[in-house]
Ligand binder design. Structure first.
Ligand code: ATP
Ligand code: MG
Length: 583
């Protein structure tokens, strides 16, 4: 018996089935992140224990009208993660019941993003697969007197519907003979009427305290071709009618959605109770993810794209998964983030820093190291022979030997970061300064000699001497000085475009002020480009890395070429916003 079987055996003896699976999953969780329990997981455990379900099935149901964002990642990780944990299945279903807005290109992008996050669906479905079923169930409702064809205008319907404090009034068409409704509905389907002429309404309760139950519209006329079914249909079902039936037809056991659907739940249940579909999935609502300094609706993100305020859906400043991929966020960091923020019933705004920390945690273990100088200042090593190159060998990763080593060239002229030299140092400044010494990372200690300024008084060159006794293997190789700085050989460094990103918005909640448009709060400094000098080993290797003391960077998959590399800063080493006192 292998270890896994022994564990299963032990659990079979001592625990219920679901507990055994739960324990198992803790061991097989690839992200090394212990699963924290939450109310939806508890419901699943209870349903498996009670025998209500033998196994679970969830679904992720995006509308293909834009790219997925980090909020969707929460729903993806929850649906796919929960099912996987309990050996269940998850469908990817395109909620494509709204023909004018949806595009196939979005659907392809969504598939790519789900897979990139590390998940694989059981079945790929489209709500439009069920158009004939929706139609038949609607006919059933008419035949049992539970739906009628309405001909009040949208405005009249609103007026009849009543308010939160007053009951609605029945429409004069509520008691329309069912044969007439059937006939009209059939003719609506084949395109006899213009848009808006009629709708089909469920006959529930015009006095219900829940306005959603006041005879909701379940079908409307749209004389428009659908991307998958062409002009076969001239009527399209509403979300509340289509979604629950789709769930039931696919054998979904737990239908997870965000809190704004809480008052739709009685309608979800009503439809399933009143049509002859067999299964009855349970709708469970959880709080959506909100991040600070971000907007998170596809509609608003699309405005930014369409108006050219960003450079496409995958512009690295966007909160989309495509942007995060391009920027170098590892999918494991996003999965860990989803775990860390948890699943609750109360809305909150999560600081962006929480996500960035997960990115740092992940990259700290996976990113090879290199050196780059973002704001170069020339340093001449006066006692280093002109025209010569010395090579140092350095680990690619300080903790992970398996990454091997890299060779770093040094020459008489090098670049250091402008911020690592101060002519008139502040107190406790331990980097290079007049009269001072500093260690060049991976190389040796250098000592200040003098400097050259341009006509404006700006330092353009610093002259130093290296201490040969501090090279690796020499007697003073471990002599300590207070500062260590990074550097790049002026001759070998590769001038490289580096894109530095900051938050897309400069206020915590760009939607908070109802009188102002969120686009007014775009951070004018959210992108800056610099020409950095980069260690050649990284440019040759491609991919991603940590520039020591600077941050995490990756080659831009879109714009980077061998001849002209372009790098994105994935995330800085520390949260610079925390320093600014902005949280
Ligand atoms: P958007 O307003 O951005 O278009 P949506 O909810 O309309 O969002 P859908 O494509 O319908 O987008 O969403 C697919 C699934 O993702 C739904 O189950 C939805 O509840 C979930 N989802 C969307 N946004 C978030 C979020 N911010 N946090 C958690 N889940 C979300
Ligand atoms: Mg939507």
């Amino acid at each position: 018996m292998d270890k896994c079987q022994i564990r299963l055996q032990k659990h079979a003896n001592n625990f219920s089935q679901s507990e055994a699976i739960f324990e198992m999953s803790q061991h097989s969780n690839s992200d090394n992140n212990p699963k924290t329990s939450h109310f939806i997981r508890n419901i699943v455990i209870a349903d498996l224990d009670s025998g209500k379900h033998q196994s679970i099935k969830t679904r992720f149901p995006p509308e293909p009208n834009g790219f997925l964002h980090i909020g969707h990642a929460k729903a993806i990780c929850l649906n796919f993660g929960l099912a996987a944990e309990f050996s269940g299945l998850t469908n990817l279903r395109f909620d494509d019941t709204n023909p004018c807005k949806e595009e196939e290109a979005y659907a392809r992008a969504i598939e790519k993003d789900v897979r990139w996050l590390g998940f694989e669906w059981d079945e790929l479905r489209h709500a439009s697969d069920y158009f004939p079923d929706f139609y038949n169930f609607a006919v059933e409702l008419i035949e049992t007197g539970k739906a009628y064809v309405e001909e009040l205008s949208a405005e009249e319907m609103r007026e009849y519907r009543g308010t939160l404090t007053t009951a609605g009034r029945p429409s004069p068409w509520r008691e329309r003979p069912l044969e007439e409704s059937l006939d009209l509905f059939q003719r609506m389907r084949v395109g006899e009427f213009e848009d808006g002429r009629f709708v089909l309404r469920a006959k529930i309760d015009m006095a219900s305290p829940n306005i959603k139950l006041r005879d909701p519209t379940i079908y409307r006329i749209r004389n428009i071709a659908h991307q998958r079914t062409g002009d076969e249909w001239h009527i399209y079902p509403m979300y509340d009618f289509a979604h629950c039936i789709s769930d039931a037809l696919e054998g979904i056991t737990h239908s997870l959605c965000t809190l704004e659907f809480e008052d739709h739940r009685p309608l979800y249940d009503w439809v399933l109770d009143n049509v002859s579909v067999k299964a009855h999935p349970q709708q469970i609502e959880f709080a959506r993810l909100n991040l600070d300094y971000t907007v998170m609706s596809k509609r608003r993100l699309k405005m930014l794209v369409d108006e050219g305020l960003v450079d496409g859906w995958d512009d690295p400043r966007m909160p989309t998964l495509a942007a995060m991929r391009r920027r170098g966020y590892p999918p494991a960091a996003i999965r860990n983030f989803s775990e860390v923020i948890g699943v609750t019933k109360s809305e909150s705004i999560i600081p962006l820093g929480v996500l960035e920390n997960e990115v740092r945690n992940e990259l700290n273990t996976t990113a090879p190291r290199a050196m780059a100088v973002l704001d170069p200042l020339k340093v001449v090593l006066l006692n280093f022979p002109e025209g010569e190159t010395e090579w140092f060998e350095a680990a690619r990763h300080p903790q992970d030997e398996s990454m091997g080593t890299r060779r770093i060239p040094i020459t008489r002229e090098i670049y250091i970061e402008r911020g690592d030299f101060m002519e008139e140092p502040v107190r406790k400044y331990f980097r290079l300064k007049p009269g001072g010494e500093v260690r060049l990372r991976n190389a040796f200690i250098i000592k200040f000699v003098d400097l050259i300024k341009d006509d404006n008084g700006e330092v353009i060159e610093v002259h130093c001497e290296l201490d040969p006794q501090t090279r690796s293997g020499m007697p003073e190789s471990s002599r300590r000085v207070k500062g260590t700085i990074h550097w790049v050989s002026a001759e070998h460094g590769v001038p490289t475009e580096v894109r530095l990103y900051d938050r897309l918005f400069n206020v915590e909640n760009p939607l908070a002020d109802k009188d102002r448009d969120f686009r007014e709060f775009i951070n004018p400094d959210c992108l800056s480009k610099v020409t950095a000098m980069v260690e050649p080993s990284f440019i040759e290797a491609g991919g991603f890395c940590q520039f020591e003391r600077v941050g995490y960077f990756c080659h831009d998959a879109q714009d980077s070429t061998k001849e002209k590399p372009v790098l994105n800063r994935t995330v800085s080493l520390r949260d610079s916003w925390a320093k600014r006192g902005n949280k």
